[in-house]
Every structure is written in structure tokens, then in C-alpha cells.
Design a protein around this ligand. Structure first.
Ligand SMILES: NC(=O)c1ccc[n+]([C@@H]2O[C@H](COP(=O)([O-])OP(=O)(O)OC[C@H]3O[C@@H](n4cnc5c(N)ncnc54)[C@H](OP(=O)(O)O)[C@@H]3O)[C@@H](O)[C@H]2O)c1
Length: 306
């Protein structure tokens, strides 16, 4: 498993992260899922206070005790700032309260990383700064970052926040390539050339922030996985299958290799709770696609090069 140095930290973690958003499905054996991921090289686990209304964090904590893994063997990250059905909330009071809730449910003294989940347009950077400073001083959070935020929003936080912003979690995968489309189509008048996120990919590389690519197998916003959906994505699945045969891998493994090949050194957050898929996807992390193969997948996903 390829290792990724999280920007500006001493955290060197697996390229593949196991996302725990779907861990509250009652039929699952969470301990087996965590152990399988860990045995296949995954040592970084992503949470949010809202996943399963908080139950994903408590299920994880209970399940971890039934594995051979100890807390210090792994990195645990959580996210706060969304109050479902109410608002986005980056106030000091909410950040502190939400982190305390996550620590309790995760049954841990500290988070290795804390991210602000989705932008709060009513953010007051000084409040975020006070919350981060308090959490860091108390030893409750080791590293900080954001999720789904553009360069201007990160710069705004930086006007007050003293901690370095190490991570930005953004959706990226073969059927969600907005981050690279605009750069490839610079100076064109087509849809793909529209800059929707102010050049977040280039900004992250320049500012040395680690991108964590979420939902790498989904098309749209949770429409479903494109892998295996030959009716909607025949060309893409054909190319994934060809490369899977060539690399003795699987289409899911190649879909991960696509994200991994980008020189921005991203981590990839997988959400599968299926044991055999966890194994095949973690194996895909070691495949290094050629430039030609990467662009052929990009085009098979329906993108046109200028
Ligand atoms: N920051 C944010 O705003 C944000 C938003 C969403 C998610 N996330 C993070 O990203 C993580 C991953 O999200 P996700 O679950 O949507 O990601 P994903 O890995 O793209 O999708 C996984 C889902 O696709 C299914 N699937 C079906 N066929 C598959 C195949 N051939 N290969 C792989 N998966 C297949 C899986 O089902 P099986 O379990 O049956 O395999 C699972 O339900 C979350 O757990 C969360 O930590 C962050």
C-alpha cells in the first residue's frame, strides 16, 4: 500500500482511507470490515459526526475493540459543521460541542484530523480560530483541514486560524472530474472549461494541502457506482475491464489507480463495506497507470480533450 505524507504533519498514512459513512447498516460485521481493511494496509479511517446520526462513530469504536488493532495503530479523522436539516455551523460553540460528541462516540482521547465538513457562509474565521486553538491545546485534535471548500474560503479561514490547513476532502473519481476538467479545458468556451471551484486542485498542490478524494466510485451525487453499470457507461466499463486484465486487477482496482495516478498525491476514501471489494480496491492502490492509460480512461468516461 502506497503511503501518503499528510501535508505539514508527521502523519504518514495509507493512500486508501476507509470511509465509515455506510457502517451503520445492521447486517454488517463492522469488526471484520475494519480488520480486513487494516490487514490490507489501510490505517486511516474517515468519519463525520453526522454519519448515521452519530451511530457510525459508535459502531466503529465498539467494533475496533473486537479487532487486533489498537488505537495507536491507526489514524481517525472526523468532520463537523453540518447540522442536518438545520444549517451549516462553524461557530466556536458548535465546533467544540460537535468534536466532544465525536470523541465520546469514538471512545478516544484525540482525533488525528478534524475537517470542517461543508462551507458555512456565515463563518467568522476568528471563531474557528478560537475553536481550533482550544482543541489543539487540549490535545484533542492533532491536525486540521476542510472539506468541499474552494481556495477563497480556505484563505478566508487562514486570516485568523493559526494552524496549518493540511487536508481538503473533495469528490473526485472517474465520473466526477470537475477538479481536472477546467484545467484541461482552459481557454475553451465549452462546459468543461467552466471554473466551478476556483482552481482548487492547483491551489492544493501549490499550498501543499493533501486532497482526500471522496466517493470515487459514484457518478453524480450518490447516483450509484459506475463500475459494472454497463448500460449507462459502456465505454468506461470496457476500458476498465481491458486494463484490469492487463494489470491482473479488477475494474474497481483500476478506478482507484486512476485517482492514485494523479501527481497531487491524493488519498482516496472508499466507502465499500464489502470484504472482497475492500481487498481488490486496496490492491489497485499499487498500480501505476501510464499517462496514455490515464487519459484513455478519462476519455472513456465521456470527456473530450481539446
Ligand atoms: N466530505 C464529504 O462531503 C463526503 C461526502 C460523501 C462521502 N464522504 C466520505 O467518502 C466515503 C466514501 O463514500 P461512498 O461510500 O459514497 O464512496 P464509494 O466508494 O464511491 O461508493 C461505495 C458504495 O458503492 C457501492 N458499490 C457497488 N459496486 C461497487 C464496486 N464495484 N466498487 C466499489 N463500490 C461499489 C458500495 O457497496 P458495497 O458496500 O456493497 O460494496 C458502496 O455502497 C464515505 O464513507 C465518507 O467517509 C465524504
Amino acid at each position: 500500500m502506497k503511503q501518503i505524507q499528510i501535508a505539514n504533519t508527521d502523519i504518514k498514512a495509507s493512500q486508501i482511507i476507509l470511509g465509515c459513512m455506510r457502517m451503520n447498516e445492521p447486517s454488517l460485521d463492522a469488526a471484520k470490515i475494519i480488520q480486513t481493511a487494516y490487514d490490507n494496509g489501510v490505517n486511516f479511517f474517515d468519519h463525520a459526526d453526522i454519519y448515521g446520526g452519530g451511530t457510525c462513530e459508535s459502531i466503529f469504536a465498539k467494533a475496533l475493540k473486537a479487532t487486533t488493532i489498537s488505537r495507536s495503530d491507526i489514524y481517525i479523522q472526523s468532520k463537523v459543521g453540518i447540522r442536518p436539516g438545520i444549517a451549516f455551523d462553524f461557530s466556536k460553540a458548535h465546533i467544540i460541542e460537535a468534536v466532544e460528541g465525536s470523541l465520546k462516540r469514538l471512545d478516544t482521547e484525540y482525533l488525528d484530523a478534524l475537517l470542517l465538513h461543508r462551507p458555512d457562509t456565515l463563518v467568522e474565521p476568528e471563531e474557528v480560530a478560537e475553536a481550533f486553538a482550544q482543541l489543539e491545546k487540549a490535545g484533542k485534535v492533532r491536525a486540521f483541514g476542510v472539506s468541499n471548500q474552494n481556495p477563497g474560503q480556505i484563505e478566508l479561514l487562514k486570516t485568523a486560524v493559526k494552524q496549518s490547513m493540511n487536508i481538503n476532502q473533495l469528490q473526485f473519481g472517474l465520473m466526477h472530474t470537475g477538479m481536472v476538467d477546467a484545467g484541461i479545458n482552459v481557454n475553451m468556451t465549452n462546459q468543461a472549461g467552466l471554473v466551478r471551484d476556483s482552481g482548487i486542485l492547483e491551489y492544493s498542490r501549490i499550498e501543499n494541502m493533501t486532497i482526500q478524494a471522496w466517493s470515487p466510485f459514484q457518478y453524480g451525487f450518490f447516483e450509484g457506482p459506475f463500475v459494472g453499470n454497463t448500460e449507462k457507461f459502456p465505454e468506461l466499463n470496457k476500458r476498465l475491464t481491458e486494463l484490469a486484465e492487463q494489470y491482473d486487477s479488477t475494474p474497481s482496482g483500476i478506478a482507484i489507480a486512476f485517482v492514485n495516478r494523479h501527481p497531487a498525491k491524493m488519498q482516496t476514501i472508499i466507502g465499500t463495506m464489502n470484504l472482497s471489494r475492500i481487498v481488490e480496491v486496496t490492491e489497485g492502490s499499487d498500480i501505476v497507470l501510464t499517462r496514455e492509460e490515464w487519459y484513455s480512461l478519462y476519455q472513456a468516461a465521456g470527456n473530450i480533450l481539446p
